[in-house]
Ligand binder design. Sequence first.
Ligand code: EPU
Length: 338
Amino acid sequence: MRLIEHCSLTDKHSFHLNANARYWADFDHEDELRSILTDHRFTNLPHLVVGGGSNLLFKGDYPGLLLHPDMKGMEVVAEEKGTVLIKVGAGVVWDDFVAASVAQGWSGAENLSGIPGCIGASPVQNIGAYGVEAKDLIVGVEAIDMANGQPVTLTHADCHFGYRDSVFKHTLKNALVVCRVTFRLSTHFHPNLGYGDLAARVKASGNITSVLVRETILAIRQEKLPDPDIQGNAGSFFMNPVIPAAHYQSLLTTYPDMPGWPQGDDVVKVPAAWCIERTGWKGRQLGGAAVHDKQPLVLVNKGTATPADVLQLSAGIQADVLAAFGITLKPEVLFIEA
Ligand code: EPU
C-alpha cells in the first residue's frame, strides 16, 4: 500500500491537467483497502475511486481521498463449451488484458484493443468501441462495499449495463470499489466486423484472424485518436446523443446528410462528432484546450490547458450544438468537483 498526501494528479489522469489531491492511496489487496477505509484520517473526507484516470476531468484540487485499486493477475477460473472465464484484477491495464487474450487465441475482446485505462473501470463505464462493449464479455464483478468493507459480488444482470452506463453510475455510485472482473471469451474466433469500414480495412490486410483485427483497430485508433501521453485527453468527451426518431426526421429536412443509427423503433443515435464538426468547432482552440482536428469528439490539452479552459470549451460546444440541433450533448467524461 502507498499513501501520498498532497499528491500531484498531473500524471495520474490522461488529461494531464495540473491539480492535486489531499490524499492518494493505492493498494493491491482487499485487506489494505479495508485498513484505509477504517483509518480515522479519512473518515470525514470525500472518497473517489480512480483507475487509469482516462475518463476524468478534475475541476481543481480534490479535497479528499482518491483510492486506486492495483490488484493484478489474470486467472482462468473455468472452461465451458468453447469459452473460457477469466478473472482479472482491477489494476491490470485494459489493453494488456486484450493483448494477452488475443495471444492466447481467445476471441471477444479484440475489437476493444487500445482503449486506455484499467480493468476496474470497464464495468463502471461499460467501455466500448467498434461494435463491442465490455458488457458483451462481463460475467461478474467482485467489489468491496466502502461503507463496511464487506465483499460484494455482482452478476452481469446486477450491473444494469447501458451505453457507457451501469449501476455503478447510479444506485451504487461511489459505493463500491471494483476489485476483480470476470470475462467470458470464446476459444474460437468469431469476427465482429460490422462497424463502419472495419470489414473493408481488415479484408484488405489479409487472412482474417483476431491478431489482424487487433492490429487493424490499433492502426485506426492511432490515425484518429490523439495519444494522451503526447496530447492530454480523455477519449470521447461527450456521449453520442440518442434522440427521438421524430426529432431526427425533422432534423433531416434541414440536414439531409446527418448520419443516424436507429436503436429500436423510437430512438436514433446520432454522432456527436458530426454535430461538433457542423457547428464549426473541429480543431478550434480556447486557451490551452482544443477540439481535436481528426476526431472532434475528443478535447485535448495542448500543453497548458487549465480545467477552466476545458470547461469553457465544453460549454461553448454544448451551447452551439443545442442551438443548431436542439440536442443536449452529455459529457462522457466524469467531472470531479474541487
Ligand atoms: N464523424 C464526423 N466527423 C469526424 C469524425 C466522425 O462527422 O471528424 C462522424 C461520422 O459520421 C462517423 C461518426 O461520427 O461515422 C462516428 O465516428 P467514429 O467511428 O470515430 O466514432 P464515434 O461515434 O465518434 C465512438 C466511441 C469511441 C469509439 C468509436 C469507435 C462514444 C462516445 N465514442 O466514437 O469511444 O472508439 O465509437 O467505436 O461512443 C471513448 O469512449 O473514449 C471512445 C474513444
